[in-house]
Write a protein that binds this ligand. Structure first.
Ligand code: PNS
Length: 164
């Protein structure tokens, strides 16, 4: 039985697509750890503390969800945290190759670690953190893309038009 799972990501910034996957996972598993990884993009728009805070504000009140920053290999973090599976969302076929490669690598590194893919909600298949950054940087409306409670914080940071 998978009692504890980890939802890893960069979350730079978190989108409504991520929130959908995390909340659905919280209904399927006893404990969900949202692991915000420090490595990945060397120049994130938001610091690790900010990304953790965004997720805390959005899903931190759900009793079986724990948000934390993670460093190093996902396979090692999962082992240390007692997570037996990784949960990732799949938006489209284009996600598959990278996700499959990660899943198999993680299982090679930690044979106890499985990966569970959740089909993204049809309404979020187009959505990504990069799209949010791009749209907001040009002053576009991102209110359909990010949680309302952190919208202003995210928009104000990313909107380059506001600083021209
Ligand atoms: O939200 P992202 O950027 O798609 O998340 C990618 C993430 C953080 C899950 C991935 O880069 C990762 O697992 N990083 C930790 C380092 C690691 O374990 N690398 C080997 C994975 S094959």
């Amino acid at each position: 039985m998978h009692n504890t799972v980890i939802c890893p990501g960069s979350f730079d910034p978190v989108t409504l697509g991520h929130i959908d996957i995390i909340t659905r996972a919280s209904k399927m598993f006893d404990n969900v750890i949202v692991g915000v990884f420090v490595n990945g993009d060397k120049h994130p728009a938001f610091s690790i503390e900010e990304r953790v805070a965004h997720l805390q504000k959005t899903v931190g009140d759900i009793p079986n969800i724990t948000v934390m920053s993670c460093d190093g290999l996902l396979a090692d973090c999962a082992k240390e945290l007692g997570a037996s599976a990784v949960v990732r969302g799949l938006r489209a076929v284009s996600d598959f190759e990278y996700e499959f490669q990660m899943a198999l690598t993680n299982r090679k590194l930690n044979p106890e670690l499985d990966t569970v893919f959740l089909a993204s909600d049809a309404g979020y298949t187009y959505l990504s953190s990069s799209i949010v950054k791009n749209v907001a940087s040009l002053g576009g409306d991102i209110s359909n893309f990010v949680p309302a409670c952190i919208h202003d914080e995210i928009f104000n940071r990313l909107n380059m038009k506001g600083t021209e």
